[in-house]
Design a protein around this ligand. Structure first.
Ligand code: SF4
Length: 583
């Protein structure tokens, strides 16, 4: 039994195969955990201007002050210098990762150095081992890697296994890290940083429990959160259809990027909607640990073997709104089996599916426009909805078969700089575009968001509220920044963002007090602002600019009927955000 408050940071040096544990209660008292603590540790550990693939680049994993104690505090934050954007790398994952790290006794894990041979880390509370991964390095499937590690490690049922595929080993800058088969540190290239350190996987487990002094108040607060999550309508949609519930709604609104954003509605949207997936392919739902909702939707794809009658292979594949956008509508794709098979390949190689979808969409249009030829594509004729060709391309990208595919593995900005087509290379701050083109706030939000994610500030959601259409740039900038500042608090507690309406400032302040942290609502808002500015300090330090930039022209060329996007308006809003950040 240990105290409910976080304090321990585990430092691991892969070069010398050493580790140490430091008590850093002041870190968690000040920043609560997650994003806040990880940002501070990034400043402590990451020297200015380093190559993201150098041994000095740290991988920081952090959980939050409410992890293991309240429902839906189920995520882990990873921070690193991103090889994809060259500045702040931040990615979140669910599964069992957070609970495993906390139950092992840690608030954060800092990994530096570079191993001389492929290894994986085995962390079971205070037993930390550096194990050879020579036999699994180069294995072509992240599922198989997970299975082999499961068979060789203790902690069944409470452990988390984070691992990379071939994409990470080959340093594709948008390589992901898979945990518990269906969850990912998807964005900004954490998988490549693992690969650069010859770190194939991390296994973490623990069974530590925590002593809460104020049991009665804790029970009451816990019950309120649990019952509200389960009984109210706040989270029902995430359980029922999951995030793909957005597809029909967004298509109706006219903000569903299609065929590399040449169109904003998709004539086949209903065929790939959440309803269609659920009716025809939903196999089961899963939940992250300490989550009573279970929004993770898993499709069952049944395929006959060619040579055996009545013999079928069934693949279980997780799906969400973003993958359906990225390798569905953005590729003009409406064959669910084709899409699912592509998702299997992405999973196998360990890639960020959003970046991959944008890269393939750019390649399809670039081939159509004659910027590239079948000489570059090695005979592949990319066409919308042609899943067989897209599947072949993934292998060529991940194994870097020629200069063209090697460049595609560095993202759409790299590809368009080399082959042309910058106007339709859908990236913001070098990170490929998420699945919303709902108006100016979505695109400003991607660009100014510290990790260039739709989840940074929810700009797409602001666009869909009538009262925000056409408001002065300064007002829109204030709304975007305010939302992003608040989300730093949620990310420091590493709460699931789907529970953001449940975890109000009032309930967070109360829940923290019960477990020993004294933060008023006002303190929380101030903390959010501090962390947001600190993240930007890192971005600016590493060369990111809010004044010298270019956005893809395509966003202005494809009008959103209900919310026009004008270049001057977008640029003025970005300029206002810049002022707010530098205040
Ligand atoms: S709602 Fe979904 S993503 Fe969020 S914690 Fe639960 S299962 Fe995980």
């Amino acid at each position: 039994m240990s105290e409910a408050k976080l304090e321990k940071v585990l430092y691991i040096d892969l070069t010398h195969k050493k580790f140490k544990v430091k008590k850093r209660p002041e870190l968690f008292e000040k920043y609560l955990g997650g994003t806040g603590v990880a940002t501070q540790l990034l400043f402590e550990e990451c020297p200015k201007g380093i190559d993201p693939f150098s041994e000095e680049n740290p991988i920081i994993l952090a959980v939050g002050a409410l992890t293991n104690l309240y429902p839906l505090a189920s995520k882990t934050v990873a921070m690193f210098k991103s090889p994809h954007t060259g500045n702040l790398g931040e990615s979140h994952v669910g599964g069992r990762s957070a609970i495993a790290i906390r139950s092992a006794g840690y608030g954060a894990i800092v990994i530096t150095g570079k191993s001389d041979i492929p290894i994986y880390l085995s962390i079971h509370e205070d037993k930390i081992k550096f194990k050879s991964a020579s036999t699994i390095w180069g294995l072509g499937n992240t599922h198989t890697i997970g299975r082999i590690i499961r068979e060789n490690e203790p902690g069944a049922g409470v452990r988390s296994i984070m691992r990379i595929g071939i994409a990470g080993e080959n340093l594709l800058t948008y390589a992901s890290v898979t945990t518990e088969t269906y969850r990912h540190f998807g964005r900004l290239g954490l998988g490549a940083v693992f690969g650069s350190k010859k770190l194939k996987a991390i296994v973490v487990s623990g069974r530590k429990t925590f002593e809460i002094e104020n049991k009665k108040e804790y029970r009451e607060t816990y019950d309120y959160l649990y019952k509200t999550a389960v009984n109210s309508s706040l989270m029902k949609k995430y359980h029922d259809l999951g995030t793909p519930a957005n597809i029909n709604a967004l298509n109706k609104f006219g903000g569903f990027p299609t065929k590399n954003l040449q169109e904003i509605t998709f004539e086949h949207a209903s065929e790939i909607s959440g309803e269609s997936f659920a009716e025809n392919y939903l196999g089961r739902r899963l939940a992250c640990s300490h989550c009573p909702i279970g929004c993770v939707h898993i499709a069952a794809l049944r395929e006959p073997y060619d040579d055996e009658p009545y013999f079928y292979k069934t693949s279980m594949i997780s799906y969400d709104y973003e993958p359906i956008y990225a390798v569905g509508s953005l590729l003009g794709g409406y064959s669910i089996p084709g899409m699912l098979k592509l998702m299997v390949e992405v999973e196998k190689y360990g890639l960020d599916i959003m970046s991959l979808g944008v890269v393939l969409a750019w390649a399809t249009e670039a081939l159509e426009k004659g910027l590239i030829s079948e000489e570059e594509t090695m005979g592949l004729n990319f066409q919308w909805n042609d899943y067989d060709t897209y599947q072949k391309a993934i292998k060529l990208i991940c194994t870097e078969k020629n200069e063209f595919y090697r460049t595609l593995g560095r993202g759409v900005v790299a590809a368009s700089e080399k082959f042309g087509g910058k106007d339709f290379a859908l990236a913001f701050g070098k990170n490929e575009m998420p699945g919303y083109s709902t108006g100016p706030a979505s695109h400003v939000g991607y660009f100014v968001g510290a990790r260039h994610s739709h989840l940074d500030n929810g700009g797409y959601s602001l666009d869909q509220k009538k009262e925000n259409v056409g408001i002065p740039p300064q007002k829109l900038a204030e709304k975007i920044v305010k939302e992003e500042e608040w989300r730093q608090v949620l990310s420091s507690l590493v709460l699931c963002f789907f529970a953001r309406s449940l975890y109000t400032p009032e309930i967070i302040s109360k829940a923290l007090k019960v477990v020993g942290y004294d933060f008023s609502e006002d303190d929380l808002w101030k903390l959010g602002e501090t962390i947001y500015k600190k993240k930007y300090e890192f971005k600016f330090r590493e060369g990111f600019s809010l004044t010298d930039y270019s956005l893809p022209n395509r966003i202005y060329e494809t009008p959103v009927p209900s919310n026009p996007i004008h270049k001057e308006y977008v640029e003025e809003t970005i300029s206002e955000v810049n002022k707010l950040i530098r205040e």
